[in-house]
Design a protein around this ligand. Structure first.
Ligand code: IPM
Ligand code: MG
Length: 361
């Protein structure tokens, strides 16, 4: 099969981790007889440095012209980087939001899994983590507060800022359908998370999710308020299968869920639209403090590449091979510094990429 993959190395550790993901993908292509053509795409700070803006029309066109896009991470230190002295719409993050919107990537899938081998890294008490967990956070990605009207005014010497949280039923329905579809392939439980005790947008969310649920009689649906969900994630994470939620709640809960795994450097993500196209990136950020040191954990990006093979190319065996390689390398005791524990062998970013590529035979 011919795979045309757009690559956004991005900023910070992005270029290092994407290089390792390509190494692993190339090995997969070699073993399984595929042909990959990569197109490098500038986005975020890297694009600002060259073009003065975080996302160009050419970059959008290049992403659109690919079957799927693999991304590292974007952004820099928000205090010290000159990128953050630019107007908000010219900062690195605006590039990512612009790309999500331009490509209509409304469904963001963020799996949070507790790996047996890394159970010690889980910050929860043993009696809670012993049950293990494996959840999929489905975050709506192109609506809500992130894309509502916003402005800052000054009235009578008083500064005032407004952000708007709006959803229409179409936006809710399409992410809900994706959530239930994915639940059907998992443990058939959806927890829809909202703030329906306060927000109108959440009350509509709840209604539309109920309507969609009627088409999925096999899936158990429950509603949970977002503040309670934040609590339940540390109290009993094993209860969750699919968490379905709006943009900002999903942003916050997915960081919390990743922390609970104890290994944010391991967590992949996929952003999908209604076609086979997807943008795949690690759930973590660009970690500018460790950029260039060769110690970043490339596994989240490599697992994102596995999600890409599965969701955009239907190459389940190849995706499984990557996931199996990750488990095998962990079992052999290799760890990057972020997941290091006693008795294990420390590996740098490149070395981890080599070990994983070697496992694919
Ligand atoms: C994420 C990030 C982004 C978001 C930022 C970089 C704009 O936190 O992907 O979760 O808030 O969506
Ligand atoms: Mg986030």
């Amino acid at each position: 099969m011919k795979l045309s993959i757009g690559c956004i190395p991005g900023d910070g550790i992005g270029p290092e981790i994407v290089a390792e993901a390509k190494k692993v993908l190339n090995k997969v292509a070699q073993v399984y007889g595929h042909e990959i053509a990569y197109t490098d795409i500038l986005m975020g700070g890297a694009s600002i440095d060259v073009h003065g803006v975080p996302l160009t029309e050419e970059a959008i066109a290049a992403a659109r012209g690919s079957d799927a896009v693999l991304m590292g991470s974007i952004g820099g230190n928000t205090v010290t980087s000159p990128w953050y002295r630019l107007a908000p719409n010219l900062r690195p993050e605006a590039g990512l939001l612009g790309l999500r919107k331009a490509l209509n990537l409304f469904a963001n899938l963020r799996p949070a899994v507790l790996y047996d081998e890394l159970a010690d890294a889980c910050p929860l008490k043993k009696e809670i983590s012993a049950a293990g967990f494996d959840m999929m956070i489905m975050r709506e990605l192109t609506g809500g507060l992130y894309f509502g009207e916003r402005y800052t005014t000054q009235e009578g010497g008083l500064r005032r800022a407004v952000d708007t949280l709006a959803y229409d039923e179409k936006e809710i329905r399409r992410i809900a359908i994706k959530g239930f579809d994915i639940a059907m392939k998992r443990r058939k439980k959806v927890t829809s998370v909202d703030k329906a005790n306060v927000l109108d947008s959440s009350r509509l969310w709840r209604q539309v999710v109920e309507e969609v649920a009627a088409d999925y009689p096999e899936v158990a649906l429950e509603h949970m308020l977002v503040d309670n969900c934040a609590m339940q994630l540390v109290k009993d994470p094993a209860q969750f299968d699919v968490i379905l939620t709006e943009n900002m709640f999903g942003d916050i809960l997915s960081d919390e869920a990743s922390m609970v795994t104890g290994s944010i450097g391991m967590l992949a993500s996929a952003s999908l639209n209604d076609t086979k196209f997807g943008l795949y990136e690690p759930s973590h950020g660009s970690a500018p403090d460790i950029a260039g040191k060769g110690i970043a954990n490339p596994i989240a990006t490599i697992l994102s590449a596995a999600m890409m093979l599965r969701y955009s190319f239907d190459l389940d065996a190849e995706a499984g091979a990557i996931e199996g390689a990750v488990k095998a390398v962990l079992k052999k005791g290799y760890r990057t510094v972020d997941i290091m524990s006693e008795g294990c062998v420390q590996a740098g970013c490149k070395e981890m990429g080599d070990l994983l590529a070697d496992e694919i035979r």
